[in-house]
Design a protein around this ligand. Sequence first.
Ligand code: NAP
Length: 310
Amino acid sequence: MTEKYVKVLVLGSGPAGLSAALYAARAELEPIVLTGMQLGGQAALTHTIENYPGFPEGVGGPQLGELFQKQAEHFGAKVEFDMANEVDLSQRPYTVKTDSGEYKADTLIVTTGANPTHLEIPNEVELTGRGVSYCATCDGWFFKDKKVVVVGGGDSAFEEALFITRYASSVTLIHRREEFRAGAILQKRAKEHPKMNFILDTVVTDLTGTDKLESLKLKNIKTGAESVFETDGLFIFIGHIPNSQMFKGQLEMSDLGYIIVNDKMETNMPGVYAAGEIADPHFRQVVTSAGMGAAAAIQATRFLEEEESK
Ligand code: NAP
């Protein structure tokens, strides 16, 4: 079991984590980034990001993640393909146990992001990877010329549904209300797309299929009418749950599990910062996450400088 000491340990490698690493590296703090499950975070699962400034034609999610990583490494950050499993914030330096060993860190920047919310209906877990998916970029290709359903009414559902139209023969978006949360541009694009259809005021209540998804049971929530909808694929984009379980009882968090930070990205523990979607139930944009990560690293730098000058 290896033990490493580091001044700044960044948990998570999405836009917040890699931006924090860039700033901490430029402050010559030699940060280490533990990537977690997915290098680049959720942004790396997005096919094209059209609203990150500086890329007028849009940029691939994985490509943007690689660029963030390259830039952070260029200034001396180390990116480790490792997963934090346990933290002990009872004394400094803080301890983080990972798949491969243990880290002692003077400061921690938590950017562990969030995971997709499940519908929590019968057979959802059993059929995941057999027609049910939470990632269009990962699985869209498997649905070439197939019928696909997307559930959700936010930006994610619209953006991903439009992406799946590249492959699928038809994409039906099912939403539990009549109005959508998605932005106007995405809504317009989807409504004008010849492959897209909409079923509103409707929820999916059950899934059928053994080896692979065959059909969905639908219920209209206004009329109560039930129906069966045959489909090859079901993509679920109904929001996210923050990955904060590891910090329960150690960091203050909201009822929904978002870590509470002040305007300097400080948590309730000295030298522990949180940035990106783990601390942001409101904006969840690549650009806002990157900004929060940078702010957290600037504050960690000031904190360490103040400590050293004491
Ligand atoms: P979201 O905006 O929270 O939307 C979640 C959608 O899922 C809502 O339409 C909600 O319905 C529906 N929903 C929630 N629970 C459900 C359930 N149990 N059954 C059926 N439907 C359910 O989530 P998001 O689309 O993932 O977006 C998250 C944030 O990221 C937002 O701030 C969004 O603007 C941002 N984002 C931005 C972009 C972009 O700018 N290009 C892309 C992706 C995401 P109700 O509307 O009825 O609540």
